[in-house]
Ligand binder design. Sequence first.
Ligand SMILES: *Cc1c(COP(=O)(O)O)cnc(C)c1O
Length: 449
Amino acid sequence: MGKSDLSVLPRMDTLLASPALADSGLPRSAQKAGANQVLDQLRRALRAGETMVPPLTVLARQARRAAEELARPGLRRVVNATGVALHTNLGRAPLSPRAVRAVVQAAEGYSNLEYDLSAGRRGSRTGRVEELLRELTGAEGAFAVNNNAAAVLLMLSALTPGMGVAISRGELVEIGGSFRVPDVMARSGARLVEVGATNKTRLSDYEAVLESGEAQALLKVHPSNFKVVGFTQSVEVEELSALAGRYQVPLLCDLGSGALGPGPWPQDYPTVARWAAAADVVCFSGDKLLGGPQAGILVGRGEAVRRLKTDPLARALRLDKLSLAALEATLLDWRDGVPVPARAMLEAKPQDLRQRAEELAALLSPFCPCETVETAGEAGGGTLPGEELPSWAVALDPAEELEAYLRGWTTPILGRIHKGKLLLDVRTLLPGETDIIRDALAAWKGEQP
Ligand SMILES: *Cc1c(COP(=O)(O)O)cnc(C)c1O
């Protein structure tokens, strides 16, 4: 095989000077990296025996696309048309306007993050959030850390180190991303004492290990991402509370997804206030049903919460100022009865969703075959398992091709393929996003032969 002829490769300078790149307005470093990528690819192709070299204008366009990709941030806004409001892969809860403003304010300048303005000296970082949490849950004490996994770790490390902690076999859950309750317990220094069976645990099961001295604390975990149906039994938090009181041992609870009050979830869905009234400490996520930023929230008895705050781990797990700003604003929304976006999405009525789907179908029908269909969605984020959320979507054709095209759009649009159609569920669309979808499909139509 003869040596490949690399002399046909355009020069870097020539490629960079072509209008598609030179006039792109992209940073020079991205232009160069894009041109490099295209030349590298071509060089490899020539070495592999390829003899055709595309015209310079085509190479320049390829280089520009590569440069655009390189200039773009890795973490990008996407349109969530999956219908899953708390989609863990898509960042769970979108923040409310109030929370967004709070984040911008905290980010743009300095803040009184740990400064008491009235006293003129160092102040508490989470003070205001603690006050709001106490007001909203009725708990004596409150604290917030980086996420709920951190909250569970802190709770067990600070309050039950070296102790036997009794937990129902039906609650030894894996939350996802390899967060398993038994592993976290092991890391915290607590000793797992399993009680009951997978489907049934009785109060007497807990009582037996307290009586024998095997366990010195109780842990209840809300199995938030699955549902056990059929021949089942578990012990309510109030019964555990009475038992913990009798044996003078702490009762700790991981509620997973904390609902601060009634909402678009089942009547018997445990609220934070209910569990907090019974337990020493309850922890839950900031970005599940609360609809705020990633955070782990802990509420409970004053003395227990004081021990959490002063534990050395608290500093390592602390909440950053941007999340803190967003969390405070989210709690203010809850206090003022303003539904945060995730809650509004979960609350949306099927007849309204149907109308929105019809409007979207009308907007998109000039560009591709589409029709409205009824769908069954879910809340996501490991919340409300087994609860179907009847919703409405626009079904597009051709599914595979449009799925890839929309996913590659400037603002990627993510739907799901179901029965050979690409479904765009309107439940999770935010204001202005239907225009993004229309523009993308208009561009797709323009590219069709
Ligand atoms: C989601 C969840 C967690 C983890 O919460 P993050 O905020 O994602 O860290 C822990 N426990 C339960 C029961 C959960 O549902």
